[in-house]
Design a protein around this ligand. Structure first.
Ligand SMILES: [Zn+2]
Length: 134
C-alpha cells in the first residue's frame, strides 16, 4: 500500500501498524533500513497506544506526531522507538562481543551490518551509542 510521499510506516492508537509496500517488501528481503522501520513502528504499536491518543493529531485521516519539540528526549516516542529498534536488532552484548573480535571501527561496522542485517548508518549510530571504536 502506498502511504503517501516519504511515509514508510504508521502507528495507530489501537496498536495497529501499517507499513508501505516498499518497506514490507524490503523487510522480507532483509534490508536493514526496512527492518529498523518495522521494529520502530512495532514499538509505537506496542508501547505508545495510549500516548498516541494524546500526543498525535489527525491530518488527512492519518495520525501525525505533535509537540515533539517540547518532550524531553527520554520521553520522546521517536527516541524510544529508535532505541528499542536498535536494541532489538543490535543487542548491546552481541555488539560488544563483535567488538572483542573486531576492534577496528570499519571492520566492526561491517561485521554488524553483515551479521545483524542493519544499515551502515544504524550500525554506526549503535557503535557510537555504546562507546565502541572511536
Ligand atoms: Zn516513529
Amino acid at each position: 500500500m502506498d502511504l503517501g510521499p516519504g511515509i514508510e510506516g504508521l502507528a495507530f492508537p489501537d496498536g495497529r501498524i501499517l507499513v508501505s509496500e516498499e518497506t514490507y517488501t524490503s523487510a522480507v528481503r532483509n534490508l536493514g533500513r526496512a527492518r529498523m522501520t518495522l521494529a520502530h513502528e512495532s514499538y509505537h504499536g506496542i508501547r505508545h497506544c495510549r500516548q498516541l491518543r494524546q500526543q498525535l493529531v489527525h491530518r488527512d485521516g492519518r495520525l501525525v506526531l505533535a509537540r515533539r519539540g517540547s518532550i524531553p528526549p527520554y520521553r520522546d516516542p521517536e527516541w524510544q522507538a529508535n532505541t528499542f529498534a536498535a536494541a532489538l536488532l543490535m543487542p548491546a552484548d552481541a555488539v560488544r562481543q563483535l567488538f572483542q573480535e573486531y576492534q577496528d571501527r570499519e571492520q566492526l561496522i561491517r561485521a554488524i551490518t553483515n551479521r545483524m542485517l542493519v544499515s551502515r548508518q544504524a550500525a554506526e549510530i549503535r557503535v557510537q551509542q555504546l562507546g565502541l571504536a572511536n
